[in-house]
Design a binder for this molecule. Sequence first.
Ligand SMILES: Nc1ncnc2c1ncn2[C@@H]1O[C@H](COP(=O)(O)OP(=O)(O)OP(=O)(O)O)[C@@H](O)[C@H]1O
Length: 274
Amino acid sequence: MSFLTLDHVSHHYFSAKNYTKALKDVSLSIKEGEFIALLGPSGCGKSTLLSIIAGIVEHTAGQVLLENEPIKPSDKAMGYMLQQDYLFPWKTIIQNVMIGPKIHGTTNAAIRQKAEALLEKVGLPEISESYPGALSGGMRQRVALVRTLLNDPKILLLDEPFSALDYQTKLKLENLVSATLKSYNKTAILVTHDIGEAIAMADRIFVMEANPGMISKIFEVPIELRQEAPFSVRKHPKYQMLFDKVWEELEDKEGTSAELKVVIEEDGTRNENG
Ligand SMILES: Nc1ncnc2c1ncn2[C@@H]1O[C@H](COP(=O)(O)OP(=O)(O)OP(=O)(O)O)[C@@H](O)[C@H]1O
């Protein structure tokens, strides 16, 4: 059964004199607990798609359904993990991770206990009273993961969360995030430019093309790879085969990344580039 459904979703950005066709006719269906990776050339609409799913950008056509209901930002069903952790430097780690419950007025001893348990689960016991400035980049991203999970989102939207980290830390975090999300059967959508990361973490990979943004191909990651931790996936013989296929598809779509803008001339006529 589909958990998240996008049905012919399109999106145009409008400004005074032009509009950009960011997404055209995107249809997809994601099951609960699935991990999806979005890959594609710059400007193909990956972030726009994520923002539409989050309900913070309203699509211009089509339908977005979560458990068969139209998605609303007020559902608070989505959790974000971004390239930057956005921890408040003047707040302690526990204050940072409990920011969501605090805003919603639901802080209590049980939530605090859950926060402490989550910090321990991601390998950060006994740092509750530290400040973000004392933590490494990888530790800060683990705190950001705990802050997101504490709100118990239905879907995690991961927008290049490892791209600012050094390579070794990134590999370790991929393992940790993958194991943590699997243990809670969380549905996740990862935007990345890294084919290896997409194969190592995802169940399915959606490759997008630009101009306008569409899904060009869906790759299913073989079950043998999905059973492994991301670090081990990279050593599997089937990894390289899939890497080559995804690479070929991306190479094929690379030329689509120029922006497609429609300019409205003063006399009202439309001019399309691309
Ligand atoms: N707020 C906006 N106003 C106008 N155009 C926008 C806006 N945000 C994005 N766009 C345009 O929409 C298209 C899709 O952008 P988007 O950021 O979603 O792509 P992306 O695949 O996430 O790119 P990247 O990989 O470079 O982050 C691009 O042509 C971009 O210039």
